[in-house]
Design a protein around this ligand. Structure first.
Ligand code: GLY
Ligand code: GLY
Length: 306
């Protein structure tokens, strides 16, 4: 581990890929302000020795509570006009993970995912069982009207083309533990019952102290088909690639194998951040080795075939 990696923390977050760049650019400042607030909250926690796991949980909860993004209150409706949400969280130290899929009444799906991880022997809950579990755990619940009213609130603020994506956070704390969390409303007009990559460990979300933490955004089906998040981690652990190389290879592979548009954030076991994108827009921000909070709509690593 080099010097800058010792006792330093790193954090990357995203508010989803997708949308028309010229339109999303008009909301650039608003998006950056919101992302910076989340990054600084994450920094405060990590700087006082908070864990990567608590930090990604906090950041994703804040993004879920922000109607600008397609997760939590800002989730998009499915083809039946209902809101079904997916989320997951993974601890790189223990490889423990928790996830919920297609939940309809939970205010913060990432918190329920954390409880699945902590309190059950399972990784993924969905359907009536997930609702019963939420009730038993006393997590804040909401009605479908909650999502509808958040949508109305940002109607004039956010261009419809920019209401895309997923939210996610990856972190590496000062004890060198990594964690990842991802949450989404999925796809606008998706089929009822459709589950994306965000709650699937290894597809849209992955963390392992042996490699790093990854959170993906884009059309979930592509990330499921290519096992994208775990693939990036394996490139680091088994092939010895650095964060940048693993990100580049994974995003190129996505383009080559399934012609997919998408993006992901990665923080490796030493706290190096890489952000890869072949979608037109990626709302994201990061802090690398205690550095400044940076934000962009155009990630530094692009698919070669673009
Ligand atoms: N529109 C689904 C996603 O980005 O992630
Ligand atoms: N990437 C999120 C989804 O497709 O649901």
């Amino acid at each position: 581990m080099d010097k800058k990696s010792q006792n330093s923390f790193s954090l990357a977050i995203h508010g989803g890929a997708g949308g028309v760049y010229s339109k999303v650019r008009k909301q650039e400042k608003l998006i950056y302000d919101h992302l910076e607030t989340v990054l600084e909250a994450g920094r405060t926690l990590l700087a006082k020795g908070g864990s990567a796991l608590d930090t990604v949980n906090l950041c994703v909860r804040m993004l879920e509570d922000d109607p600008l993004f397609n997760a939590g209150c800002g989730a998009v409706a499915n083809a039946a006009g209902r809101y079904e949400l997916d989320a997951s969280i993974m601890d790189g130290k223990t490889l423990q993970a928790g996830a919920v899929a297609a939940v309809v009444n939970v205010k913060n799906p990432v918190d329920l995912a954390r409880l699945v991880m902590k309190k059950t022997p399972h990784v993924l809950l969905c359907g009536p069982g997930a609702i019963d579990f939420a009730k038993a755990q006393d997590v804040p619940t909401v009605t479908q009207r909650y999502f509808k009213s958040a949508e109305t609130k940002v109607k004039d603020l956010v261009d419809k083309s920019s209401k895309h994506g997923t939210v996610g956070a990856v972190a590496r704390d000062i004890k060198s533990n990594v964690a990842a969390a991802t949450s989404t409303g999925g796809y606008d007009k998706k089929m009822p019952g459709r589950i994306g990559d965000s709650p699937l460990i290894g597809a849209g979300n992955y963390a392992d102290n042996a490699s790093g933490a990854i959170s993906c955004t884009g059309i979930g089906e592509h990330f499921i088909r290519t096992g994208a998040a775990a693939y990036a981690a394996f490139l680091i652990e088994h092939d010895g690639l650095n964060a940048q190389q693993a990100a580049q290879k994974t995003i190129n592979r996505l383009k080559e194998k399934v012609k997919a548009d998408g993006a992901f954030i990665l923080v490796d076991k030493d706290g190096n951040v890489a952000i890869a994108q072949n979608a037109t827009v990626m709302r994201c921000g990061w802090i690398e080795h205690n550095g400044p909070a940076l934000t962009t709509l155009q990630a530094p690593i692009r698919a070669q075939s673009q």
